[in-house]
Design a protein around this ligand. Structure first.
Ligand code: ADP
Ligand code: ADP
Ligand code: ZN
Length: 239
């Protein structure tokens, strides 16, 4: 059951509290425009810190692939590069971070994407008595983003991300990690990527200010090698 008032959008029965895990828990948000490198860094962060990776884009794509009702509804927006409505998004994130494996931390990639989602998340976390640890804001100049997203290729089997030019696989079209087949996302074409960048500027970028007021933003230069970006992220965590 979803409560679809502006005051409270999360699924009602996902508000059960869980015991705090002290200061060791890492609750991270990855912020950045499409193509900034969020998914690429997320894979490295979860490997290093052993926390679950929660990507709303991945959750929607899985639902599209499985032909669920949510997938059908989300696809319409994703194809245009628009945001999926908050009513379809907030509840599923609340459910996911209520699961057992998130008790010791989690990393959100692609959520929140507007002020409303951020306010809902704050409310949800404060009801559980927990706080965000860090918001990693990956900055890349607009001019570089389209080429990054259009050249992106993803493994059908394990989800690893590559780039035809900047991070190529050893064998074209084949995943280096699991030898799965690579594919290109339907929304990684020039026109949709440009829309998504504009949506980021209009709706998501204000979150940098929003979280700066909470003093938890680490801004990282995403126009460096993948490993150097990761080093900077690790340094920002201080551990
Ligand atoms: P996001 O999740 O922010 O949309 P991705 O991590 O999927 O971004 O990266 C977008 C594309 O850019 C991918 O093809 C990826 O291989 C490539 N990429 C990621 N980080 C870098 C980097 N530091 N330099 C060059 N290319 C990168
Ligand atoms: P990228 O990092 O390249 O922008 P994502 O995989 O995060 O791509 O998102 C792909 C699409 O999924 C977005 O363009 C949007 O339509 C939808 N989406 C993902 N996360 C959200 C969210 N938190 N709120 C609304 N729509 C979302
Ligand atoms: Zn693979």
């Amino acid at each position: 059951m979803y409560l679809v008032t502006k005051a409270y959008l999360f699924k009602k029965d996902s508000c059960k509290s869980y015991v705090l895990n002290g200061d060791e828990s890492m609750r991270i948000i990855l912020l950045g425009p499409p193509g900034a490198g969020k998914g690429t860094q997320a894979a490295k962060i979860v490997d290093e810190y052993k926390i679950p990776h929660i990507s709303t884009g991945d959750i929607f794509r899985k639902n599209i692939k499985e032909g669920t009702e949510l997938g059908k509804q989300a696809q319409e927006y994703m194809n245009k590069g628009a945001l999926v409505p908050d009513e379809l998004t907030c509840g599923l994130v609340a459910d996911r971070i209520s699961q057992e494996d998130c008790k010791e931390g989690f990393m959100l990639d692609g959520f929140p994407r507007n002020i409303f989602q951020a306010e809902m998340l704050d409310k949800f976390l404060s009801e559980k008595g927990i706080e965000l640890t860090k918001v990693v804001n990956i900055e890349v100049e607009k001019e570089l983003l389209v080429a990054r997203a259009v050249g992106r290729r993803i493994c059908k089997s394990c989800g690893a991300t590559f780039h035809i030019e900047y991070n190529p696989t050893k064998t074209e079209g084949i995943c280096d990690v699991c030898e799965g087949e690579l594919y290109q996302r339907a929304d990684d074409n020039e026109e949709t990527v440009s829309n998504r960048i504009q949506v980021y500027i209009d709706e998501t970028k204000p979150l940098v200010d929003y979280y700066s007021k909470q003093g938890i933003v680490a801004t990282i230069n995403g126009d460096q090698s993948i490993d150097k970006v990761f080093d900077d992220i690790k340094n920002s965590f201080g551990k």
